[in-house]
Design a protein around this ligand. Structure first.
Ligand SMILES: Cc1cc2nc3c(=O)[nH]c(=O)nc-3n(C[C@H](O)[C@H](O)[C@H](O)COP(=O)(O)OP(=O)(O)OC[C@H]3O[C@@H](n4cnc5c(N)ncnc54)[C@H](O)[C@@H]3O)c2cc1C
Ligand code: SF4
Length: 501
């Protein structure tokens, strides 16, 4: 064999596994379709990053019957190279979604094969590996907590956030410091953070925390700008080799290993498996695509908020995670977000506006986003057509939309209380392209009738094939998925090492 393990995709799942497996002494090859984007000026340029979207996967796919490019990362480090690094633990109850959804869905669509406790030690390791800064004693109701301090404390709240925190407290809400994978000793506190690259690697990406050190100190080889095209398997389902294409030259190469790990994201992974003609008894491969319903609300204030000059994404709250006194439905977490820059404000404005007005609005805005755990539905799926055309169909369940509209009103109310003159924004039902939190398309489970992967993320019926990106998740959780993907990747890598596969 050329390698012990071949991993495809270098994001939260793949990059983390590459580190853990190479550190154990295995010879690992990591294959990544994208390139390295590390020019400090380029990665902070709003036109290049948010309008031209040079860091995003460049494949145009047919989404709900129109051709478009999705807002998912397509560079080394995957989503972690442009994410917000808000690394929160979910609620232990997120692993038993039937408590909330059994009315809407059959049991086999939401069942997790283990409890929160199984992942708990890996959450600790994941937080340390991605140097999360936070305050472990913050109240943060309902979600999981660390029992020991984080490796760094969260920095003090900016004055504007101290005021917002007071408004929330007056409303009976317990705001907390968002746990962020940011090295605060070197962070430049830029107003632009999620959606952009980090100019000095303060933000914890799989590239910085896992891949680079594993290439330097362990047995990891990485091929950038190389696209995995097709697995070849024998009649028993065992994978024999992988065909890849070096994108700049077009050269095709066949590589072999004992173990193959697919981690191309919840769209890329089912795509590669479907294109390889891999059999899936459950017919769930590519289905149950989720990316969080929810809402984004932007308040416009009379005076400058500071959001145009510095990093203000510091606050979150989880008091409404399972609904409120008057709204007894599961929702998710809420967090501050950086305000979109002037070019994005202009691009999104319903009517043409001058740059001066866009800059004025930028300086007077504050934004909050609320997540709503969306339901897994088999008809929300990725498929490959006869001519190789990639298609994605997705509609939120009416129950998702109902809850997202509630959270939008709640955010509007809060921003008005905090002094906003008016509040703009929308619920996720209007947007099928911003799919940052995509999960679900290779769900894991105990029963091969209803799941693509077993509880160790090994594909049922393919003894040497694992999938470890966000696609393993049967439900989308009430928090961002990155920490859970990283923790699960550590768990599965440990299994591969322990079993000497
Ligand atoms: C702007 C933004 C902000 C976000 N903020 C947060 C946040 O604050 N908190 C949070 O929890 N989550 C956040 N996320 C989501 C988080 O980044 C993702 O959930 C996570 O990165 C997904 O990990 P993954 O391993 O599933 O896939 P990815 O990280 O998407 O990695 C997949 C990789 O596979 C590569 N690939 C795809 N197909 C192929 C192929 N055929 N051959 C070779 N390589 C291939 C891709 O180029 C990519 O690098 C954010 C995402 C974005 C885009
Ligand atoms: S705010 Fe800090 S972590 Fe974010 S992009 Fe700037 S330097 Fe990097």
């Amino acid at each position: 064999m050329d390698y012990d393990v071949i991993i495809v995709g270098s994001g939260a799942g793949g990059g983390t596994a590459a580190w853990q497996l190479a550190k154990s002494g295995k010879r690992v090859l990591l294959i990544e379709r994208g390139r390295l984007l590390d020019n400090p000026e380029t990665v902070q340029d709003e036109m290049k990053m948010l309008i031209d979207r040079i860091a995003h996967d460049d494949r145009r796919i047919e989404i709900n019957n129109r051709l478009a490019q999705l807002y998912i990362s397509g560079i080394v480090g995957g989503g972690t190279s442009i994410y917000g690094a808000a690394l929160l633990r979910p609620s232990p109850d997120d692993f038993h979604p039937g408590k909330h959804y059994s009315k809407y869905l059959p049991n086999h669509l939401w069942d997790w094969p283990f409890d929160y406790e199984t992942l708990q030690p890996y959450y600790d390791q994941a937080e340390d590996l991605y140097h999360v800064a936070g305050n472990h004693k913050d109240a943060a109701p309902h979600i999981g907590h660390r029992s020991s301090p984080y490796s760094q404390p969260a920095p003090e709240l900016e004055p504007i956030n101290q005021k917002l925190a007071q408004t929330l407290t007056d409303e009976g809400i317990q705001p907390f410091h968002l746990p962020l994978g940011i090295d605060w000793t070197i962070c430049l506190h830029c107003p632009t953070c999620p959606g952009y690259g980090c100019p000095n690697e303060s933000r914890a990406s799989s590239w910085k925390c896992c891949i680079k050190p594993a290439v330097e100190h362990h047995n990891l080889e990485i091929w950038l700008e190389t696209e995995a095209k097709k697995f070849k398997s024998d009649s028993s389902g065992k994978i024999k080799s992988l065909n890849v294409k070096k994108r700049p030259s077009g050269e095709e190469v066949e590589v072999r290993a004992n173990i193959y790990i697919v981690s191309c994201g919840a769209i890329g992974s089912p795509l590669l498996l479907l294109q390889s003609g891999i059999k899936d008894r459950s017919d769930q491969l590519g289905r149950n695509y989720m990316y969080h319903a929810g809402a984004l609300a932007v308040g416009i204030f009379k005076k400058p908020t500071g959001a145009a000059e510095k990093f203000i994404k510091q606050l979150g709250w989880t008091d409404d995670y399972f609904g409120t006194r008057s709204f007894d439905h599961k929702l998710g977490y809420v967090q501050a977000l950086p305000v979109p820059g002037p070019l994005s404000i202009k691009a999104e404005a319903p009517v043409p506006i001058p740059t001066s007005l866009a800059k004025f609005l930028y300086s007077r805005s504050l934004a909050f986003a609320g997540a709503v755990e969306d339901l897994p539905m088999p008809e929300n799926r990725i498929t490959v057509g006869r001519g190789g055309q990639i298609s994605l169909s997705h509609r939120f369940h009416s129950y998702d939309i109902y809850r997202a509209r509630f959270i939008f009103k709640r955010l509007q109310r809060f921003l008005k209380k905090a002094g906003a003159m008016f509040v703009a924004g929308a619920t996720a039902e209007k947007d099928d392209l911003h799919t940052a939190h995509q999960v679900g398309t290779c769900r894991f489970g105990q029963n091969a009738e209803f799941s693509v992967l077993d509880a160790n993320c090994r594909m049922h019926g393919a003894e040497n094939l694992f999938v470890i990106d966000g696609s393993f998740m049967p439900t989308s959780l009430g928090v961002g998925p990155a920490l859970t993907i990283i923790a699960n990747s550590l768990r599965v890598s440990n299994y591969i090492i322990r079993e000497n596969l």
